[in-house]
Write a new protein. Structure first.
Length: 312
């Protein structure tokens, strides 16, 4: 029998876990004769009773395993911890809030089982229930990334996917500290089948992603998979230099030929402020890349485990 490891990152999901477990069993009942499952819940430093719910599931089902962090390290760290802990021939990554329908698992398995695909990924074709402003910026992010990066990122892509062991091993070979999984999935390549589904709202609880959090996450992705912002900063520098030369030439000609003294305090201040703003922007972009390099060179662990039963 093939073995599928199900990785479920959790952060304050005490209300969702019982519902997720029930729906997962219902959706995978038809696969029990050909597939063995292991459920790996990765608790990302939850502040509610998430781990208590995991303990209950563990007492009910020997297939349940858990990794609990010492604090909140973020979803990317939870994904990496789950991938390292998974022992299955295939590995699936999905959220506990049932926005990733477990009912798709049988179809996903059928595509990777025959060896035609190394990964089956999912994408939302609608964003029903999501704030319009968030949907707009999400679509803009994917358009920008596909224009400035060589890594393929599909609009509406979810982290929900089923991967072969070869695919997972390739991801684990990249042990970088600053992780952006959506980019890593595309960067490793391999043949991927995309399944489309309509957006599903959370079954319980509230989203942990604020607009500001998503914006910061998008910047992480841009810095991790594109050097285009550095090119833009160089472009601003060149344009600023050309404009300054033209403006100085204009001032000299106006003074020597026309005899018109240079006047205009407001225009001078405006130019200074414009050039200063461009310089600060370029320094900020450079600082983002330097900060990522700085964090990588520290070689700090991506996460710290507080409790786990994986060894057992």
């Amino acid at each position: 029998m093939d073995k599928i490891s199900i990785i479920v990152p959790c952060y304050n999901e005490q209300e969702s876990l019982p519902l997720f477990y029930e729906e997962f069993n219902r959706a995978t009942a038809s696969m029990k004769d050909e597939v063995e499952f292991e459920l790996i819940f990765v608790d990302d430093g939850s502040k509610d009773a998430t781990m208590e719910e995991v303990y209950k599931l563990k007492n009910l089902d020997s297939r349940v395993f858990y990794v609990s962090f010492s604090r909140n390290f973020g979803k990317e760290a939870a994904i990496y911890a789950g991938l390292k802990s998974a022992t299955g021939d295939y590995v699936a990554l999905m959220d506990a809030d049932l926005q990733d329908p477990p009912a798709l698992l049988p179809e996903m398995y059928s595509y990777v089982k025959n060896g035609e695909y190394d990964s089956v990924a999912t994408r939302r074709v609608t964003r029903k229930g999501e704030p319009p402003i968030r949907s707009f910026f999400a679509r803009m992010f994917y358009k920008i990334m596909n224009n400035i990066s060589q890594t393929d990122m599909v609009d509406g892509a979810r982290d929900y996917r089923l991967m072969s062991r070869k695919f997972v091993d390739a991801l684990l070979d990249m042990s970088e500290y600053n992780r952006f999984s959506k980019g890593l999935f595309g960067w490793v390549g391999f043949k991927t089948k995309w399944l489309e589904f309509e957006n599903v709202e959370r079954i319980a609880g509230e989203t942990k992603w604020s607009f500001w959090g998503l914006f910061r996450y998008s910047l992480e992705g841009i810095v991790a998979f594109s050097t285009f912002p550095l090119t833009i900063s160089s472009f601003f520098g060149i344009i600023g230099f050309i404009l300054s030369v033209l403006f100085m030439t204009y001032i000299v000609i106006k003074r020597l030929i026309l005899g018109d003294p240079v006047a205009g305090w407001a225009s001078t201040v405006t130019i200074v402020l414009m050039i200063g703003s461009i310089q600060l922007l370029c320094i900020g972009i450079l600082g983002m890349y330097l900060s990522k390099t700085y964090l990588e060179t520290k070689k700090r662990p991506i996460y710290i485990v507080s409790k786990t039963n994986i060894d057992d």
